[in-house]
Write a protein that binds this ligand. Sequence first.
Ligand code: 4AD
Ligand code: MG
Length: 462
Amino acid sequence: MAIKRTKIVDAFSGELEGQQVCVKGWVRSRRGNKYIQFIALNDGSTINNLQVVASLEQFSEEELKPITTGASLCVIGKLVASQGKGQSYEVQAEEIEVYGGAEDFPMQKKGHTLEFLREKAHLRMRTNTFGAVFRIRHHLAFAIHKFFNDKGFFYLHTPLITSSDAEGAGEMFQVTTLDVNDMPRTEDGKIDYSKDFFGKMTSLTVSGQLEGELGATALGAIYTFGPTFRAENSNTPRHLAEFWMIEPEMSFYDINDNMDLAEEFIKYCVKYALDHCQDDIEFLNKMYDNTLIERLNSVLKDEFVRLTYTEGIKILEESGEKFEFPVKWGVDLQSEHERYLVEKHFKRPVILTDYPKDIKAFYMKQNDDGKTVRAMDVLFPQIGEIIGGSEREADYDKLMNRINELGIPMKDMWWYLETRKFGTVPHSGFGLGFERLVLFVTGMANIRDVIPFPRTPNNCEF
Ligand code: 4AD
Ligand code: MG
C-alpha cells in the first residue's frame, strides 16, 4: 500500500474526485445488506464521516467481520461523488486493511449520556460530540495567540510552582518532596520547610498575574496562557481544580482601556470560532442547544453593558426575584445574580466594575471612596463570570497599606512591590478562564465536558 494517505477533511475538499485515495480512521458504524456494506469512517480531522462502500463481490463476510464500531482501518479506493443524500463523496473500497478490531467497544453509536462518557474520558474523544468540542478548543487556543500576537503582546511563560498566593485566597495545592509520613520538624514542632526541595513551602500557582506584571512593566504588554490550580472545594458545573487561564497585562492601560481590550478579545475569539469551526458548532447547535449559534452571534452584535457593582446590586435588590443567596451591598455575587443581570435584565454581556475592596484581591487600584476598587468582571449568558480583572494599584504606599491590612507576609511579596518602587506606571490586566470560554462557544453545560481530562474534587482519573 504505497499510496499516500489523504485526511478525510481533504477528501471532502472536492479536489480529489475520481482519484484513487488512501484513507485511514476509525469505524463509526457499519450497515448494509448481503450485496453491499457502508462503513462510516472518521479520522478526527472533521466531524464528517467518509462513507466507504464495500461490495460483497469483492470482500467476503469473513473479511468484513472485524469491521465493527471502533475498529481502525486503512482503505484504498476511488473517491467518487456520492448518490446518497447528505453524502458528498464516498470511497469505493478496493483494499481494506484492519489495523485493529474493537470487540465490545463501549462507545456505541448513540444515546450515551455525558455523565457516562465522563467515566470513559479515555475514549470519549472518539465521539462526535467530544471531537467537536476539542477541535473548537484547539481553534480557540490558536485564536487567542493570534489575537495577542497581532496586537504586539508578548507571550510570557510564568512559573507553575510558586511560593506566593497571588489571589490571597489560600486555595493552593502544596508541592513538596518531603516524606509526608515523616515530616522534619523545627524545635517548636512546626514542619521544617527549610528541608524541602526549594528550602521553603511551595505550591502550584493560582495565577500568573504577579509575574505577568513584572513582564508588562518591562515589555509593555504581555499575556500568559497556561494551567492554573485551585484547591477550592467547589463542585459546580463552572469550576475545575486544574484549568487554563489567559492573563494579559498592560502598562499604561487604565480600567477603560482594559474593558475595551476584554470586549474586543472575547468578540474576536467567538467570531474566530464561528468562522473556523462551522461544522462542529452546527453539530452542537443541532444536538444540544438550538439557540447556540444565535447566542454566539448576539454577543458579537451588542456592545457589552458597563455598570458599577453598586448599580448592579440596586437592580438585583429591586428585581423582586427570589435568589437562593440574598443580595445586599458588600456580598460577593453568585452565578444566579450574574446571570439575572445578563440574561434577564440587560439581555447581553455585562462588565461590572468598582467592587467592594473586601471581596477583591489586594492588588486592585483603590478608589477615592475608600470602599471600592477598580475591579472589572465580565459576565456572560449561561456562564456568569468569564473574565476577572482590574486596574492595578500603582502607588507603593497604598499597596503596602493594603498588604499590611490583610496581613500578607512581606517575605513573599518584596519582588512584586519593587515594580512600584522602580518606575511604577498605571497598568491593568485581566484573566479569562479558558474552559469558561470553551463552555460558552460550544454550548456545553458542564465544564468537565470541555477539558480532555477534568480534575475536580475526588476525581483525578486518567
Ligand atoms: O477572577 P480570577 O480569580 O482572577 C485572577 O486570577 C486574576 N489574577 C486575573 C487577572 O487579573 N490577571 O480568575 C480569572 C478567571 C475567572 O473569571 C474565571 O473565568 C476563571 O478564571 N476561573 C476558573 N475557571 C475554572 N475553574 C475555576 N476554579 C476557576 N476559577 C477562576
Ligand atoms: Mg474572579
